[in-house]
Design a protein around this ligand. Structure first.
Ligand SMILES: Nc1ncnc2c1ncn2[C@@H]1O[C@H](COP(=O)(O)OP(=O)(O)O)[C@@H](O)[C@H]1O
Ligand SMILES: CC(C)(COP(=O)(O)O)[C@@H](O)C(=O)NCCC(=O)O
Ligand SMILES: [K+]
Length: 259
């Protein structure tokens, strides 16, 4: 009897949190047991039904929505319906780092979330946050937790497409899945290799460059769909976090629960 009571108490206190990150290529939905990732799904086209299917029978304590694409009103409505405390990440949302950006209202919410996600794991160290998705963003958080901004550059797929679309002769080269073997050579020796290496090495070289200009103890955190590919070709230690933005959203949600 006492055991059953304890078990049902445990069931009650599991706090599930839902995070939704709508990027320019994919939506990422994640379920958290407090701050532990429990379930994750990528959705090329999110809709309210997919959100409900993902959550299933689990009871939510809170949820957060962040988009750098179209704000999906139907998805937000569904989130509000299934969550007692649902919020959108906006420029006014309190976050656990200090954002020092001249135009906070135009700053991509996913960049703030990625910075918070990295800070959650490496607080107290300077961090170069690289979120390599549709675009690649390179952001800097110092050891005091101040976000100093960063840069925006084309993502690898975007570069490959742009080279094809804006030239007469360049073929569309597929996303180079096998980066370590491709990057064994510095320069391409045929057109396709030259394009693939050009797109990949522009990102790799940028990571090296920013790192060389930052304090020696800077941690390099790589997130986004290309994060693990890029880590495989950097010859210094990097930390890959496939769920960087979702993790940041979860931490922002928890921060707002307790503050
Ligand atoms: N195997 C792959 N095939 C195609 N694109 C890939 C692959 N692996 C990584 N990518 C890259 O990942 C990006 C999607 O990453 P993601 O971080 O989800 O982007 P976003 O947040 O902008 O939606 C694609 O635009 C592409 O550049
Ligand atoms: C730079 C981004 C396009 C990155 O988007 P993503 O690649 O993650 O889909 C997005 O963060 C954005 O639209 N930012 C607004 C401009 C700014 O951050 O200053
Ligand atoms: K990005």
């Amino acid at each position: 009897m006492a055991h059953n009571k304890k078990a049902s108490l445990n069931t009650c206190i599991v706090a599930h949190y839902l995070t939704i990150d709508q990027g320019n290529s994919e939506a990422k939905i994640a379920l958290w047991d407090d701050s532990e990732l429990e379930d994750f799904r990528m959705e090329p086209a999110l809709n309210p039904q997919r959100v409900s299917d993902f959550v299933g029978k689990r009871t939510l304590a809170g949820g957060i929505y962040c988009s750098v694409a179209r704000e999906d009103v139907d998805v937000i409505r569904r989130l509000c319906h299934i969550c007692p405390r649902a919020m959108r990440l906006t420029p006014d949302t309190p976050v656990p780092i200090r954002v020092d950006y001249r135009t906070p209202t135009t700053l991509g919410a996913d960049r703030v979330a990625a910075a918070v996600g990295a800070w959650a794991d490496y607080a107290g160290r300077p961090i170069l946050v690289v979120d390599a998705g549709t675009a690649v963003t390179y952001d800097y958080v110092d050891a005091e937790g101040v976000y100093h901004g960063g840069n925006i550059a084309p993502g690898i797929s975007m570069e490959l497409r742009a080279l094809h679309e804006f030239t007469a002769r360049l073929p569309l080269v597929p996303f180079p899945e096998e980066m370590p073997s491709l990057c064994r050579e510095l320069f391409g020796r045929d057109t396709r290799e030259a394009i693939a290496l050009g797109a990949v090495n522009s990102v790799v070289a940028s990571i090296y460059y920013y790192r060389s200009r930052l304090p020696k103890d800077t941690v390099v955190v790589l997130g986004g769909g290309c994060g693990h590919h890029l880590a495989s070709v950097c010859d210094f230690e990097t930390r890959v976090d496939e769920h960087l933005v979702s993790k940041g959203l979860n931490r922002i949600l928890l921060y707002n629960e307790t503050n």
